[in-house]
Design a protein around this ligand. Sequence first.
Ligand code: ADP
Ligand code: MG
Length: 224
Amino acid sequence: MIHLDNVRFRYPSGEFRLEVPQLSAAAGEKVAVIGPSGSGKTTLLNLVAGILAPTAGRLEVDGIALTQLGERQRRDFRAARIGFIFQDFGLIDYLDVLDNIVHPCRISSALKLTSEIKQRARQLARQLGVSSRMNHHPAKLSHGEQQRVAICRALLLGPKLILADEATGNLDPKNKMLILDALFQAVATQQATVLAVTHDHELLDRFDRVIDFRDFLAVSPEAA
Ligand code: ADP
Ligand code: MG
């Protein structure tokens, strides 16, 4: 599902460099990503999502070489196949919950907002316990509700790949487990791959595998 081969990245400004010799995740695999703050975990998710483009190397997601797509094609690819739960949720203040959930259909000209998709949005909202909030704006929701709306949005189009950036951050232990249950249950029904950044070490044994960013720092370029 995900293959990185000698991927290098640097931001136009700043000193930070990311170098990933090899990283793969199989279809249906649940992979946790851990590592110190500033080590490049969010950068990695943005590369895999095609939001950022590598400076060198090969990056393949769901059989597509992202490095060969233009920016617009990458955006369409992302909207159709990747569910991204951002660290700050990325909900849009002036849209209500329903419109936030169906937002992937609005950012990609390749996707149509059909009544089936709206139906699916409502069904996900029920499953995640936010269906009574459909006409509210994000500011009216609790932190946990915002998080669950972000998950509904990420799952809307049945993505093959789910990227979650500290999706359980700032929650109490019980709600952490609930969020992860909801995510994994949805993932199981659609056989998706999950790549999830987390600081919650007590959640790690629920994943199939852990990638530790300290491994990349060890091989990466102060040396070079
Ligand atoms: P993490 O998610 O592991 O905390 P990030 O991927 O957010 O780390 O950041 C890795 C490094 O890249 C940090 O040193 C950060 O300051 C730097 N960085 C992040 N975004 C940018 C940017 N847009 N321009 C320049 N440097 C950035
Ligand atoms: Mg981060």
